[in-house]
Design a binder for this molecule. Sequence first.
Ligand code: NDP
Length: 284
Amino acid sequence: MHAARIDGKGTAAQMRKELQTEVQALESEGVTPGLAVVLVGENAASQVYVRMKQKACREVGIYSKEHRLSESITQVELLDLVDALNADPDIHGILVQLPLPGGLDEQEVLCRIDPDKDVDGFHPINVGRLSVGAPGYAPCTPAGIMELLRRTGVEIEGKKAVVLGRSNIVGKPTAMLLLGEHATVEICHSRTRDVAAACRTADILVAAVGRPEMVRGDWIKPGAVVIDVGINRTDAGLIGDVAYEEAAAHASAITPVPGGVGPMTIAMLLSNTVHAAKRTAGLV
Ligand code: NDP
């Protein structure tokens, strides 16, 4: 078997096209979706992510306002900015780019964002909504994985899903979303005794550990769908958590790195922002 390549880049481009049409329709109702992006300090990777997010916003017609703050900003000043954005009627989504520089309390800042403007889905209220299956915003990477599975026509109900990684940003919410779609879900982490054995039971395998090519070909159940979330910067370029060629020899479908989950993450941020604007306008 040689796996089909799941084209996250193409799927995300298609989503952006659809969102552009939705934004145009909203414009005719007098609504322009607005996203505030807060970037504190000089983290190079964060700067790249923020640039990519803003470019994507422009492409679909979302108004995006960047707040670039010095590393010396105090917690109180940052919370004041969040309060102002919460109260700003032109802003429907607020994104605070993580990580925040040391000395700032990330959790307090995330908790200050109005949950209905929390398009990153990190506020505990949205985490709770996801857990009880209530409408809310799911974190963008897990939501992007689900959208990719849906658009690829992968059946989830009744399947065994194994998620490698239990972070609040990727692993845990991905597991909750898969559970919500009626998969039987197993989560593995650094203390799991035999990760390879767990992987071999997976019809759907999601790898989000941050270890280059940790998942080997003989860990893959024949015909499995493999989603590689990992982004590892190495001398050889960007490498996923899955040994792609080896895994592709056993899987039925697999995402590449780059060009898999990454572009979907940004597409979901745009989608959540458009949804937030529609909700504010009473259109959903
Ligand atoms: P974290 O470092 O927060 O979490 C990694 C998880 O992997 C932890 O739960 C950890 O276990 C687990 N883990 C580490 N080593 C092993 C191991 N040997 N065996 C089993 N589990 C292990 O990372 P993130 O969740 O934030 O990100 C994961 C990867 O996804 C990274 O490469 C990151 O760059 C990428 N990423 C990609 C995105 C995209 O848009 N494509 C977005 C976000 C992240 P424990 O909890 O026990 O420590």
